[in-house]
Design a protein around this ligand. Structure first.
Ligand SMILES: NC(=O)c1ccc[n+]([C@@H]2O[C@H](COP(=O)([O-])OP(=O)(O)OC[C@H]3O[C@@H](n4cnc5c(N)ncnc54)[C@H](O)[C@@H]3O)[C@@H](O)[C@H]2O)c1
Ligand SMILES: O=C(O)C(=O)C[C@@H](O)[C@H](O)[C@H](O)COP(=O)(O)O
Ligand SMILES: [Zn+2]
Length: 370
């Protein structure tokens, strides 16, 4: 059985996210229905070794001419170098404007292949086949594509919506537990933003999902995609409400950049810690009851995710983190923007954050002064 969630905005061509089992094997029929001239898979070396042949064979069985390009697994592949390599491969393969890029992998592959599709011949179609929990609940939906630079996370990119998303719960069976938890952080984030009952379910009956239980994972994926689809449908380019999906990310991206995107912290772990920081900062500023910050932290910690700077094997400097946060895409006219909360399920955007107050808060959290 599959669940189909529409992503309908008006600002872009609507598409559907299909969640279910056996979808890697069905990829050929799904992609062929979109009538591309051919389909070219972009994946990473790890995912290609595990799932590449299933998808390639399915595309070929559906009569599609196909091929496969891989990049090394990991965040470092969201780079100009790998973007150039993928684009060069698409050119060398002779893809045309009716060709379809098939992004098979986690958020790294989806962001990179999606950006390559946005740029190739000024934009060709792509399909997302997310194979990590994080990619199924978040990165495959909504059309944000990007690479990193040493100056910061996702600073070069484009909005380019996929034509279809195929989230196969069975693909998650091979995912290392650290990566399941990492995706769980973005699931928890959705509850923290706007669905307190979902957040409580994730820490109660649904908690088995954080250790890989497929039924709990499927429910978590479906609810997450429903939340994300509704928000991006209203606000594709983050003019307003979409910024809420960035809860935990202004802190989290600063932590990732300070660690030079090393796997000391995965993106999901950085978001988990960033969400805990955003809730504690909200409480410190009197915007949110301390008990709600404790509730958020307890839910995150129960899933085995970090909530304190001291959980990371690195001493962060407050000044460096503030400088990173000032370079965040949400900052306007030199003022920091943060997604804060009045309680679990009640996130809001503050566009006029006092950087000195955040600096003092970070020092209180254990960051070095400079
Ligand atoms: N575009 C968006 O809206 C959006 C949203 C959230 C995150 N992101 C981005 O997503 C990236 C993180 O994505 P991620 O957490 O999926 O990381 P990832 O893509 O690096 O995947 C994590 C690891 O899991 C491996 N893997 C993937 N699928 C597997 C499977 N089924 N079995 C075994 N191993 C598998 C990968 O090879 C990799 O080593 C970050 O760059 C983040 O910025 C983007
Ligand atoms: O889809 C969104 O919007 C998000 O903010 C989802 C985030 O989880 C994701 O990490 C996104 O890539 C961050 O976007 P950015 O604009 O801060 O780079
Ligand atoms: Zn994220």
């Amino acid at each position: 059985m599959t669940t189909t969630i529409p992503v309908a905005g008006g600002a872009f061509a609507p598409y559907e996210v299909v969640v279910g089992r056996g979808l890697l094997k069905a990829a050929g029929a799904e992609v062929a229905a979109l009538k591309p001239s051919r389909a070219f898979i972009v994946s990473d070396e790890t995912v290609a070794a595990i799932h590449g042949e299933t998808v390639r064979a399915s595309l070929a069985a559906a009569g599609l001419e196909t091929g496969l390009a891989t990049v090394p697994a990991g965040e470092a592949s969201k780079s100009f170098e790998q973007l150039e390599a993928v684009l060069d491969r698409l050119l060398a393969e002779g893809l045309d404007r009716k060709s379809m890029v098939v992004a098979l992998g986690g958020g790294v592959v989806g962001d990179l292949a999606g950006l390559a599709a946005a740029l190739f011949m000024r934009g060709i179609d792509f399909v997302q086949i997310p194979t990590t929990l994080l990619a199924q609940v978040d990165s495959s939906v909504g059309g944000k594509t990007a690479i990193d630079t040493p100056r910061g996370k996702n600073l070069i990119g484009a909005f380019h919506q996929p034509r279809r998303v195929l989230a196969d719960i069975e693909a998650l069976a091979t995912l290392p537990v650290r990566q399941v938890r990492s995706g769980w952080a973005e699931v928890l984030k959705h509850g923290l933003i706007c669905d307190a009952a979902f957040f409580d379910w994730l820490g109660g009956e649904g908690a088995a999902g954080a250790s890989g239980d497929p039924d709990a994972l499927e429910r978590a994926v479906i609810r997450s995609v429903e939340i994300k689809a509704q928000i991006v449908g209203e606000d594709e380019k983050e003019a307003g409400r979409r910024a809420l999906l960035n809860l935990g990310h202004t802190f989290g991206h600063a932590l990732e950049a300070e660690l030079a995107f090393a796997d000391t912290l995965t993106h999901g772990e950085a978001v988990a810690l960033g969400c805990a920081l955003a809730f504690r900062y909200s409480a410190q500023q009197g915007l949110c009851p301390a008990a709600e910050a404790d509730r958020a932290e307890a839910g995150i910690r129960a899933a085995g995710l970090p909530t304190r700077l001291s959980d990371v094997d690195h001493r962060f400097a407050a000044d460096a983190l503030i400088a990173r946060m000032a370079g965040d895409k949400k900052a306007e006219g030199g003022r920091l923007t943060l997604i804060l909360a009045r309680g679990v399920g009640e996130a809001f955007t503050d566009k006029d954050v006092d950087a000195e107050a955040v600096r003092a808060f970070l020092i209180g959290e254990g960051a070095a002064e400079a």
